[in-house]
Write a protein that binds this ligand. Structure first.
Ligand SMILES: O=C(O)CCCC[C@@H]1SC[C@@H]2NC(=O)N[C@@H]21
Ligand code: NA
Length: 654
C-alpha cells in the first residue's frame, strides 16, 4: 500500500478498540470471581448447565462468525456478486437437523465432549481419532481467526500486526482461562452486539456516502452483481445454488451438528428444550449476519466499481478491501473506523475464545481424564485452565503459519471445514444413522475420508497456483493445460476442480460409504450390542412423520413412543415454524427467479441465456420450460398453519 494512501487511527478509534478488549476482559473476570469461582469442570467447561436459550443462540452464532466472515463475505460479494447469499438457504436444514437429531442424541447421553459419543457407539480408538481431528481443525481455524483482523488492520491503518495479534490472543486467553465457558458465552453475547452495531453503522453511513440507495442499486445492477439463481448442476462451478444451498447444508451440519464448540453449548443449556430453541434462534441471527456482510459488499461495489483499490495497488489482497473502504469512506466520521475495528475484533475474539474452551474441554475429557480417572476436581479444573492458556500460545504460532500462506481467507476457512469437518460429520452420521456400522468401519472410514479430503483439498489448491515452482506442480500444470483443451476437466482434474463448497458433502459421504462397506465385510453390529440412545431411529421417525402427514387426526405411535420424542417444542408450534420457514423460503426463491435477472442453465442444450448482458449473448432473455416450472414449483408457497390440531392450507402462488 503506498504511503500517500496510508490512513491513521484517530484517538477515539483507538480508544474504542481498547474499550472492547477491556470490556471483554471485565466480563471474563466477573465470571471468574463470581459464582463458585469455576471450581468444578462441570462449571468451568459446561457453565454449570445453567444457560438459557437467548445467550446461547447469540454465542452459537458468534462462534462461527469470525473476522473471516466480516471481511471475507463483503470481498466475495464485491468480486463475484450475491450468489454466495444463497448459503442462507442451507441454514434451514443446517439447523433443523442438529435441533431434532444431534441435540436429542447428545443431550440424553449426558456427554461433556462430543467425542465421548464415539466411544459409546464404537470404541476408544474412534474417539481418539475424532478428538485429534477436531483439535487439528480448530487450531488451524484459530490461526486464521486471529490473524485475519490483525492483517486487515495492519494493511490499512499501519497498526502493528503482531501487536494486534498479541493483544487479541492474550486478552482472549486470560478471560477464557479464568472465566470458563460462562465467561465465553457472555462475552460472545456482548461481542455479537458490537458486531451487529459496527456493521450496521458502517452500512448506514456507507450508503449515504456512496450516494444513496438508488445510486447504489443502479451501480450494482450495471455491474451485474445481483446474481440470480444459478441452477447449473456442474459440481466444479465454484458457487451455484446447489453448491451453496445443498453443499452448505453439510458444512452447517459439520459445524452446528457435531463440532464440539457448538455441542458444548447445547450441553451447557438448562434443558434439552432450551438447547433446541437456541438452535432455532440462531437462524435469524445467522441470516442477519449474512445479510449485513452481503449488503456491505454491494455498498463497497457501488463505491469502487470503477476505481477498485485492488487495481490501483492500494491494497494487495481483496480481503483488505473492507478495511480500505472503512478508512477511505468513513475517515471523517471519527469513531466509526474504531467501532468497525472493534466489531472486527469482537468477531475474532468470540470465535477464538470458543475454540480455546472447546479445545481445553476435549483435551481434558478425551485425552487426559481417561488415563487419570481418580483426578480430583480442583486439579482437573486447574489443568483445564492451564490447557486453555497453552492453546492460546499455540494459536499465536498458528497465526504466523497462516501469515506465510495467502489467498481468500473465507475460501481457505470453508475449505478447512470441508476437509476436516466433513469426515468428522461422516463418522458421527455413520454412528447415529447406521446401526450396523462397527468400530473397524468407523476408523477405516474416518481415515479414508481424511486422506481423500486432503488429497482433493490440496490438489485443488495446488492446481490453482499459477506460479509453477516444483517439477510435480509443473507436471500437474502441463497435464492440466492438456486436459483443459477439452474445456471440461476429466478424471483426476474433475476431482481437483470440485467446488470447495462440496468438500463437506463429498468427504462425509465417503466416510459413510467406506464405513458401511468395511462394517459389512468385518461383520456388522448386532442390534443387542448397541449402547441405548446412540442410534437415532431414522426409519421409525420417518414412518411416524409419513403417518402423521397422511392421517393428521390420529395421534401416531404408542404412548411411550410419543412421550419419548414429543417433549420437544409442541408439535403444533414446530409444524407451524417449519411450514412458515419453508413457505417463506419458497416465496423468496420464486421472487428471485421472477424478479432478478438470472443466468439460466438450459439443461440438455448445454447453453446459457444471460438476460441482461445482451452484448454477450445472442438470444436475450429466453427462459426454458424447465426453469418456468421450477419457478412455479418454488413459487407455490403453501403456508399451512396448524392450529389446535386443525390445519389451514393457504396456497400462495407467485
Ligand atoms: O466466519 C468464520 O469464521 C467462518 C466462515 C463462516 C463459517 C460458516 S459459513 C455458513 C455458516 N454461517 C456463518 O455465519 N458461519 C458458518
Ligand atoms: Na466470532
Amino acid at each position: 500500500m503506498d504511503v500517500t494512501e496510508q490512513k491513521y487511527f484517530s484517538t477515539i478509534d483507538f480508544v474504542l478498540f481498547v474499550l472492547l478488549l477491556v470490556a471483554s476482559m471485565a466480563i471474563g473476570l466477573y465470571y471468574a470471581l463470581s459464582g463458585r469461582q469455576q471450581r468444578t469442570t462441570r462449571e468451568f467447561l459446561l457453565a454449570d448447565q445453567s444457560m438459557k436459550c437467548l445467550p446461547l443462540s447469540l454465542s452459537l452464532m458468534a462462534t462461527f462468525q469470525s473476522a473471516v466472515a466480516i471481511v471475507g463475505t463483503p470481498a466475495e460479494v464485491f468480486t463475484n456478486g450475491t450468489q454466495y447469499w444463497f448459503i442462507g438457504c442451507s441454514y434451514i436444514l443446517g439447523l433443523l437437523i442438529p435441533a431434532h437429531i444431534f441435540i436429542p442424541v447428545f443431550y440424553r447421553l449426558h456427554l461433556t465432549s462430543a467425542y465421548q459419543y464415539l466411544e459409546l457407539r464404537f470404541c476408544k480408538a474412534v474417539r481418539i481419532c475424532g478428538t485429534i481431528t477436531f483439535i487439528f481443525q480448530m487450531i488451524i481455524y484459530m490461526g486464521v481467526g486471529i490473524y485475519t483482523p490483525a492483517l486487515a488492520l495492519n494493511a490499512v491503518t499501519g497498526f502493528h500486526l503482531w501487536g494486534a495479534v498479541l493483544a487479541t490472543g492474550l486478552v482472549c486467553t486470560i478471560y477464557t482461562a479464568l472465566g470458563g465457558l460462562k465467561a465465553v458465552i457472555w462475552t460472545d453475547v456482548f461481542q455479537t452486539v458490537v458486531m451487529f452495531a459496527g456493521q450496521l453503522a458502517v452500512i448506514i453511513v456507507g450508503v449515504q456516502q456512496a450516494g444513496g440507495l438508488s445510486h447504489i442499486w443502479r451501480k450494482v445492477i450495471e455491474g451485474n452483481r445481483i446474481s440470480g439463481i444459478d441452477l447449473n448442476p456442474d459440481p466444479t462451478v465454484r458457487h451455484t445454488f446447489w453448491t451453496l444451498a445443498l453443499g452448505g447444508v453439510f458444512l452447517m451440519l459439520s459445524l452446528y451438528g457435531v463440532n464440539q464448540t457448538q455441542v458444548q453449548r447445547y450441553l451447557s443449556s438448562r434443558t434439552e428444550k432450551e438447547a433446541v430453541m437456541s438452535c432455532y434462534m440462531v437462524f435469524p441471527c445467522l441470516q442477519i449476519a449474512l445479510g449485513l456482510s452481503c449488503v456491505m459488499g454491494l455498498v463497497m461495489f457501488a463505491c469502487y466499481s470503477d476505481n477498485s483499490p485492488l487495481d490501483n495497488q492500494y491494497i494487495t489482497s481483496k480481503d483488505q478491501m473492507v478495511l480500505y473502504f472503512i478508512m477511505d469512506m468513513l475517515q471523517d466520521f471519527s469513531g466509526l473506523p474504531g467501532l468497525f475495528v472493534a466489531c472486527l475484533f469482537s468477531a475474532s475474539l468470540s470465535t477464538i475464545s470458543s475454540a480455546f474452551s472447546s479445545l481445553a474441554t476435549v483435551t481434558m475429557e478425551d485425552l487426559i481424564k481417561p488415563h487419570y480417572p481418580s483426578m480430583v476436581e480442583t486439579r482437573a479444573t486447574l489443568l483445564s485452565k492451564i490447557l486453555t492458556f497453552a492453546y492460546g500460545l499455540v494459536c499465536l504460532v498458528m497465526a504466523y503459519v497462516i501469515h506465510l500462506m495467502n489467498g481468500s481467507v473465507l475460501q481457505v476457512t470453508l475449505s478447512i471445514f470441508g476437509m476436516v469437518g466433513g469426515p468428522l460429520l461422516g463418522v458421527f452420521c455413520l454412528g447415529i444413522f447406521f446401526p450396523l456400522a462397527n468400530s473397524t468401519g468407523a476408523v477405516t472410514g474416518l481415515v479414508a475420508g481424511l486422506v481423500l479430503a486432503f488429497w482433493v483439498g490440496i490438489g485443488g489448491f495446488v492446481t490453482q497456483i499459477p506460479s509453477i515452482t516444483t517439477v510435480s506442480t509443473f507436471l500437474s500444470h502441463s497435464v492440466f493445460l492438456y486436459f483443459s483443451a477439452f474445456s471440461k476437466p476429466v478424471g483426476l482434474y474433475a476431482l481437483y476442480s470440485l467446488s470447495y463448497m462440496w468438500y463437506s458433502a463429498l468427504n462425509s459421504s465417503v466416510v459413510i460409504l467406506i464405513g458401511l462397506i468395511v462394517s459389512l465385510i468385518t461383520g456388522p453390529m448386532k442390534q443387542g450390542e448397541l449402547v441405548a440412545g446412540t442410534v437415532y431411529p431414522l426409519m421409525d421417525k420417518a414412518q411416524d412423520l409419513m403417518q402423521k402427514l397422511l392421517r393428521p387426526k390420529s395421534c401416531v405411535g404408542s404412548r411411550e413412543q410419543r412421550v419419548k420424542w414429543t417433549h420437544l417444542p409442541s408439535n403444533a408450534m414446530l409444524q407451524y415454524y417449519i411450514d412458515i420457514h419453508c413457505s417463506v423460503l419458497q416465496v423468496l426463491i420464486a421472487l428471485c427467479i421472477s424478479v432478478f435477472p438470472a443466468n439460466w442453465y438450459m439443461p440438455g442444450t448445454n447453453k446459457w441465456s444471460c438476460p441482461n448482458r445482451e452484448k454477450h449473448c445472442k438470444g436475450g432473455r429466453e427462459k426454458d420450460l424447465s426453469t418456468i416450472i421450477s419457478g412455479c414449483l418454488f413459487g407455490a408457497g403453501n403456508i399451512s398453519v396448524t392450529y389446535n390440531q386443525k390445519s389451514y392450507h393457504l396456497l400462495v402462488g407467485v
